[in-house]
Design a protein around this ligand. Sequence first.
Ligand code: AHG
Ligand code: MN
Ligand code: MN
Ligand code: MN
Length: 337
Amino acid sequence: MQPITLTRFLIEQQRREDSACPSELRLLIETVARACKSVTFAISKGALGDVLGTLGSENVQGEVQKKLDVIANEILLDANEWGGHLAAMASEEMETIHRIPNRYPKGEYLLLFDPIDGSSNVDVDLSVGTIFSVLRAPENSAGREVTEEDFLQPGSEQVASGYAIYGPQTLLVLTLGTGVYEFTLDREMGAWRMTDGPLQIVSGNKEVAINMARRAQWSPAIRRYIDARVGCEEGPLAGEYNMRWTGSMVADIHRILKRGGVFLYPADHRKPGKARLRLLYEANPMSFLIEQAGGTAIDGETRIMDAKPTGLHQRIGVALGDADEIAALLGTVGEMA
Ligand code: AHG
Ligand code: MN
Ligand code: MN
Ligand code: MN
């Protein structure tokens, strides 16, 4: 018997006592999953599809946009506008929120996404992904226009999150708050088929993902935690750890969900508020998945999903993965406080 499809999984989640997947959320997830199929087909064309390279334009992040950043953003907007399941959308590639046009019905959900994560990898054929996060529009927004403020909810308010990873296989990894499940795209049938889950992060895989080139930005505690593990010739942990850094958060997080380890992108210790990763559509959706898989996700000191956002594109430090490793990091932070 073929592995069950995403559609069957969502229907079975909808039937649960806690009905983890009301029908509008099921429509939302299936719509995002279908859009990710279009993204993977666009990416796999590569140079043959005129999808590589940059547009010359800058996004609100101050990054030069890749063609695929914009193509994927358009695919997700077009796919989600008309279904009646959303009140509005927000994206790394859009300065402000995208409201549902008046010609379409509005729904109760807010969708946030990073249309192409790791886009510096697109032109060199390395894995990239799409990250998405789902919030409920505030009750009081029903009779009025949705505002940016409505999106500024802590990650603990997410009702679903996930990513597609466009690598040797095309996978969708999803949580509705009832565990983390992996689906592989069956390209012949065009169906997403469940291939793993519920995922649980194994402890003890001594793999660290961090960009060592940013060492000057790290706090003394992060330096001590890394120095005791990576590149050290003496000490109790010398020689036990390996390093991985892919330049795509999706690829690093997927590896951690599948075989353990930790991922760190610390905030810049020298400049308060300066960090690389975005809270609402990178750190929060990934933290939901990591916690649902038994891991821990902090900003270096406190739980990421407790952070009260102050801006749509706000950045935050990230340290997540194997709960034992994050506990060891917090121990080091405590020692040095
Ligand atoms: P994006 O491509 O969506 O802008 O995100 C890239 C992020 C993340 O995917 C990755 O972990 C990190 O940037 C890599 O940062 P460095 O280039 O500083 O290593
Ligand atoms: Mn970017
Ligand atoms: Mn990203
Ligand atoms: Mn991106």
